[in-house]
Design a protein around this ligand. Sequence first.
Ligand code: ADP
Ligand code: MG
Length: 702
Amino acid sequence: MDKEVKGKTKLVMSVEGMHCADCALNIERSIQHLSGVLEATVDYINQRAVVDYDPYRIEVDQIKRAVLKPGYLIRETPVLKTRSFFLRYRHLLMVGGIGLFLLFAWLSPQPFKGFFAFLGAILGLFPILRNAIKTLLSFDVNTNVLVSIAVIAALFIGAYVEGAIVVWILLLGEALEGLTVAKTRKAFSTLMDLAPEKATVRRDGKEMEIPVREVVRGDCVIIKPGERIPADGIIQKGKGAVSEAFLTGESIPIEKEVGDKVYTATVNDSGTFEMEAVKVGEETTFARVKRLIQDAQSKKAPIQRTIDRFARLFVPLSLLTAILVFFLTGEMRRAITILIVACPCAFVLGTPTAVIAGIGRAARKGILIKGGPILEGCGRLNAFLFDKTGTLTHGNPRVVKIHSFDHYNEAEVLRLAGMAELRSEHPFARAILSRAREDNLDLPLAESYEIKKGKGVTATYDGELIVIGNPNYLKEKGITIEKDIKGVMEKEEGEGRTLLFVAHSNSSSEGPKLCGLLSIFDPPREDARKMINEIQGAGVRRIALLTGDRPGTARAVAKSVGIEEVYSELLPEEKMERVKSFRRAGYTVGMMGDGVNDGPALAAADIGFAMGVYGTEVALETADIALMSDDLGGVSRVIGLSRKALSIIHQNLFFTIGLSILLVVITSFGLLPMVGGAVMHEASSLVVILNSMRLLRYGMES
Ligand code: ADP
Ligand code: MG
């Protein structure tokens, strides 16, 4: 459960017994106050505490004690099923018990009415008071303190029936809240419970069915139609149509054959195949995604930190208001009702429920939003920068034309280019190599390679020198371009193609000379224009293209997808500088790239997006928002979702603050009875939760 993170250590605990978001805040504060604790987040919805601490300054036991002292429990294994019957149903049991007493009170003749109601109130008060006392002992106040004071005061003035009804309603409300929150949480667990339990493997020529956790790397796993794949692997025999829908949101099954990769928890729709397990258990992409999603849920949005701070003021403020009203009107009942209606429960619930629902909704569509801060930031994006290659284009460039000069012919130019690119991972290198392979060219390995990111490559082979790259790179290498190629350049670049310059020298005595040009075309994605329109519609004011490519090509591509602002011939650091300058100008900047040559820019943006990351670990880990599938439409949808989440958070805040003020005023004038106050209190929490849950149905279809 404990995980090392560079010096500081992370502790993840499941906490049991929190009955409202306010309890979570209390625990969080008491952990945060311990010296040696760097950061603590207690998440009510997932009943989890995540603590970053310095193991040299504090022991795990001390942290656990801070949770246990006020009376909460730490569950060692986060499995919901191990919860005891009583714990699971304690709310409902309590509600039933008090209800029974109230029924007796109602049916009994006058002198016993008060007696039964009193018993009911005491029963309900017990857990609330226990928590309140523990909170007070740790020099803090919370909503349980308010409710305890209110109920005790009610009993004190002889309002037994009302007191009992109030605790009954509060507990009933809590039980309902628990149920709705559990439903929100389920948006994740359905995603999480997808790993299969059994696998069929062949060992020593024998087929056997074993539990998935016993599958080891190198196992030959047999997958039949309709089965879920138990490990990440490579198909060795047979073929299948695999549906990766729940991870990537892509609903059409993908044909997979020998040599193709398949991933854990995806479903084999038809066909039978044998695969070699390459990654098992915790190493699989599925496990990784699962961990990232779990972490994401525990990260609080900045807006929530502000709210938490505000909520601390709320409690003493309501106490003060209640006392004030009592002194001004002399009406104890009004003061009690104020304590009940001015509880910050609904207020505190508004943000985390929306964040969880939003992240859950996206996760179901194969979009990983890494936490509340990211969701909030994404909702505020007003500038968006795109990398060109592999992002706005397919990233599958092809060599479409070869121009050769002097005594060189086309095949020679291609062969030289291919030799130079053997060690490069740039998409252009792949294009050149695949064309060379198609043409059956023999490419010997060069002696040395110098790869300049965003520029080109220089290779030496048996005294020969090959330089390939953009014109600036050639200039840097002291190669002058004497030929008149202006016409060719204008034409090719105008069509969105990139020209790569190839220079060659036979011996080291003479400098390399331009021997040919490769015209490379990487078609823009069909869905790019639509996506650009959509994010503009969603309120992103500035959209720009960043590329290392030449201005002509860049402009042509930008135009074809509907982007007006273009920055070309940028080196990776310059892309990052661009992002930073947008941020300095006050924009909240989103940046989308493929991770090739744009890693620094992605990191510098407020929100970095990566696409098609399923199976590519680096992008999955570094991006703030990772789109599993290779579908640009996800960008506008996730921006739309985040905006919706932000507006729901704001609605919740305005609603709860407005309602509290209104109720306090009404109560001060004696217009709201105690029981009505309890109903309003719980109703407002439920309204807030239901409002957040609308996100679970947010339209994410293209
Ligand atoms: P983009 O911004 O489109 O992703 P890069 O920053 O990857 O572009 O590259 C910028 C330019 O540098 C390319 O258009 C190409 O001209 C040149 N270049 C980069 N890497 C290589 C390479 N391996 N071989 C040839 N040219 C390259
Ligand atoms: Mg790139």
